[in-house]
Design a protein around this ligand. Sequence first.
Ligand code: TYD
Ligand code: MG
Length: 455
Amino acid sequence: MAKGRTCVYFCQNCGYESGKWLGQCPGCREWNTFVEEFVDKRSVGKGKQSGNEHAQTVPLSAIEMTQDKRVSTNIAELDRVLGGGIVQGSLVLVGGDPGIGKSTLLLQVCQNLSKQKVKVLYISGEESLQQIKIRAERIGTFEDSLSLLCETNLDTIQKVIDREKPQIVVIDSIQTMYNENVASAPGSVSQVRESTGTLMQIAKGSGISIFIVGHVTKEGVVAGPRVLEHMVDTVLYFEGDRHAAYRILRGVKNRFGSTNEIGVFEMRQNGLVEVENPSEFMLSGKPEGASGSVVACSMEGTRPILLEVQALVCHTNFGIPRRTAAGTDFNRVNLLMAVLEKRLGLQLGNCDAYINIAGGIRMNEPAIDLGIVLSIISSYKEKPIDEKTICFGEVGLSGEVRAVSMAEQRVLEAKKLGFDTCILPEVCRENIKGISGIKLVGVRTVKDAMDCIMR
Ligand code: TYD
Ligand code: MG
């Protein structure tokens, strides 16, 4: 081993560092995740003291406000998730399952930017130039301000960036990049960390915005541990069922904008297409006149999204009732069923219950509680809910229906999509003024809500 190099073991799952090999990680409790990696410790804590004793501090008021320089990607859904465009000098991590469309999305970003004559460099460590060309053919035409590079060595990449001076760089993917100074294999914790560190210096030093593609592990976090998420400015996750056409881009960290925005896309033959009205999309295919189905409204950031909540409640054939929840929190569903059992006297104890948010989207906002409750009641009582009715509201343990935020936006969205009745918390109804064309039914308890649909 070269002098000054230390061998340490890193958990490949969470980045836990240990001096010796361990079978189970004390950090994340995963088994067999430790891999030997070499770290250069020469510069750490030895020799003469580094640091600048003349470093100056600055009062906050002395710092001049500069407007964030943002470049629009011309993809409205992406711009919104980014907080209004790409911020100059920012580092954006795009994570997601393989085949979900990360490379496609970023190539489309490159395409749009190249049309605005922004100089873009797309660096791929995964695909050959030929393969990128084939993908590009599907997407459309490109201007010449986009250049491509197939490279995995970060030193080379750094030199190319210094020479070409692009405004935006795409790195596909961070797991394929390697730094010669780090002895471990590409994709390992220390490589990923080092590479991201280098990219961060490039981004902050020269004001280049960098998009980094990151693969996710089977647990759904970006491979190479959380450190990656801490280092970058923005983390976006691209999710959705690979077999379904739509994809959701979700911001989970954003230093320059709100994190609860989502962008909805549909994968077509010629690339990703924005879905401007996700509610319509989510509700397509809703059955008519079926019991156990109701439309609820959830907010994703500033946008209301209408979705169909489905419940199937049937008699248990085996001793223990089965309950499943797809697209929402399982424990929440159990809790709501207990509330119904206690407050409305429904005999759910010997019933199986399957709850599903149709469309495959995941929703955990409490405002869909009322939707879950009504769909369970509807299925249990075999009573279809009028298909022009929508509901929202949080349900508490005493069976009370509690107020939720942004009620007015939700009602307006429902009205826009042609719903004529809205069941909502009474408190919210009192506060909504001046909306006509939709009947507002305020409810105080789940009993009131049940009476509304049983009429
Ligand atoms: P890709 O962007 O390669 O995924 P990732 O980089 O996240 O691994 O996505 C590839 C998938 O998208 C692949 O299954 C083919 C499909 N696809 C389309 O349906 N239409 C298209 O126009 C393109 C380019 C890809
Ligand atoms: Mg890819």
